[in-house]
Design a protein around this ligand. Structure first.
Ligand code: UDX
Ligand code: ADP
Length: 465
């Protein structure tokens, strides 16, 4: 079967870039991305491509080429569902903040709403593709809602987990290591899988498109991220050991990574991993393991999260300790708010937790990020609920100029590895800071020796004194 019309529910970090690339690579398919958030849709339709709601290198060019041709962004969810032969569900599935599984299980309310809406609207058979990060067995829940509330329409349900990393999403989509498509092994299921294989085959070699059963596909997504996160937590655990022994984690990482069995990727020590997937996926894995009574398995994976929390806290504590055990009333400049470079996404960003810790110590924090807007930064802090919105605004200042951020500061802390931080005139920054001027590099991206020559007192994650 050759699909001609696609609808994607959810115009976020996953749905937006993925559908833009499908539309660009498949001009013969009409792709409509819908969202209940009218502001987001308006931003996707903005004439000025700088205003797209997702910042991602290369995305604007893709949107420019396909938008209005065969790529559409709309709030008319029902109409798009009705027209589509294939529907991607790409809504958010945050960790539950209430009830059973609170803090661990994924909240599926958005998925369930989508399923009910599809069941109400659909008049022709549909292939439903789950694209959001979902705990294992979501496809089953989807099927049960669709089959039991439907009106005779038949549904095929596929799992097509997303492996794109933010900041490199377009490149990851153009040149994916693999695409995973899970579905039933019945003749119908196989036909549905093939329909999705055909879409990706427009630009990817066939041997990179893997088909599996639904459960394997769902679980692979969680475990691929758990493995990657585990590598970061492992190197971060070593970073602490390096600091006390006088080793340098960057050197250790290079030595470990040169072993071809280990490989060099995901060995960069940091102030802690963030992003919408790692923590959530591991928590899902832990939750699933616990629900099957596999406590040793659950504890094993949970330790990855515990290590990550420890790393964020340890970094914040280090700042306080170095500044003579008090940061009360002191100005600290936070450089970088996004959870990694080249994205404006801040979900689970280490910067949020480090800043919250410093604010609890009554520091005055000034924040600069090249792509994250002031409202977002303040909303992230408000969301933690540690203090009132007024208090956050009294203690936090967000500026658009990096040099202004550091003026009269006691310390500067690098929390995102933005390339531009490496090109700053650090001498100029130093001149305008209070002395002694401290610099905390939470991403090990700066040349510490040079900074010390300039006059800074430096601390780099994973580097012994
Ligand atoms: C991840 C997966 O990589 C992707 O395949 C999946 O589909 C979605 O989740 P993403 O969250 O966008 O992608 O970012 P990723 O590049 O994996 O980084 C996650 C976090 O780990 C970031 O905060 C990053 O800064 C941190 N990290 C990564 C390190 O601290 N050190 C490293 O060596 C690598
Ligand atoms: P992700 O990183 O998974 O893409 P985002 O939060 O960036 O997550 O995007 C998810 C999008 O899904 C949001 O824009 C949200 O408004 C949208 N959404 C959630 N529920 C629905 C729904 N029932 N119908 C349409 N859109 C929805």
């Amino acid at each position: 079967m050759e699909v001609r019309t696609i609808c994607c529910i959810g115009a976020g970090y996953v749905g937006g870039p993925t559908m833009s690339v499908i539309a660009q690579k498949c001009p013969h398919i009409k792709v409509t991305v819908v969202d209940i958030n009218a502001r987001r849709i308006a931003a996707w339709n903005d004439e000025n491509l700088d205003n797209l709601p997702v910042y991602e290198p290369g995305l604007a060019d893709v949107v420019k080429e396909a938008r209005g041709r065969n790529l559409f962004f709309s709030t008319e969810v029902d109409k798009a569902i009705d027209e589509a032969e294939m529907i991607f569900i790409s809504v958010n599935t945050p960790t539950k903040t209430y009830g059973i599984g609170k803090g661990m299980a994924a909240d599926l309310k958005h998925i369930e709403l989508c399923a009910r809406q599809i069941a109400t609207v659909a008049r022709t058979n549909k292939i439903i593709v789950e694209k959001s990060t979902l705990p294992v067995r979501t496809a089953e829940a989807l099927r049960s809602i669709l089959d039991n509330t439907g009106n005779g329409v038949e549904y095929d349900i596929l799992s097509n987990p997303e492996f794109l990393a933010e900041g490199t999403a377009i490149e990851d989509l153009f040149n994916a290591d693999r695409v995973l498509i899970g579905g039933d092994d019945t003749p119908r299921g196989k036909r549905a899988k093939q329909a999705l294989v055909n879409i990706y085959a427009n630009w990817l070699p066939k041997d990179r498109i893997l088909t599996t059963n639904v459960w394997s596909s769902e679980l692979s997504k969680l475990t691929a991220n758990a493995y990657l996160a585990q590598r970061v937590s492992s190197i971060n655990a070593l970073s602490e050991l390096c600091e006390v022994t006088g080793a340098d984690v960057t050197e250790v990482a290079r030595a470990i990574g040169s072993d071809s069995r280990i490989g060099s990727k995901f060995l960069k020590a940091s102030v802690g991993f963030g992003g919408s997937c790692f923590q959530k996926d591991i928590l899902n894995l832990v939750y699933i393991a616990k629900s099957y009574g596999l406590n040793a398995v659950a504890d094993y994976w949970e330790q990855v999260i515990i290590m990550n929390d420890h790393q964020k806290k340890r970094f914040a504590q280090r700042i306080v300790r170095t500044l003579f055990n008090t940061v009360s009333g002191k100005k600290i400049a936070i450089m970088g708010w996004a959870f990694k470079k080249d994205t404006n996404d801040t979900r689970e960003s280490a910067a949020i937790y480090v800043t919250d810790y410093l604010l609890s110590e009554l520091a005055e924090v000034t924040i600069y990020d090249p792509k994250v807007k002031k409202e977002k930064i303040l909303a992230d802090l408000d969301y933690l609920n540690t203090r009132s919105e007024e208090e956050n605004r009294a203690l936090v200042n967000v500026v658009n100029d990096p040099y202004e951020a550091c003026e009269d500061a006691h310390a500067v802390a690098i929390l995102t590895e933005w390339d531009e931080f490496k090109t700053y005139e650090w001498e100029r920054v130093f001149k305008n800071m209070l002395k002694p001027a401290f610099l905390f590099d939470g991403r090990a991206i700066l040349d510490t020796e040079k900074l010390e020559e300039v006059g800074f007192k430096t601390y780099t994650i994973g580097k012994g004194e």
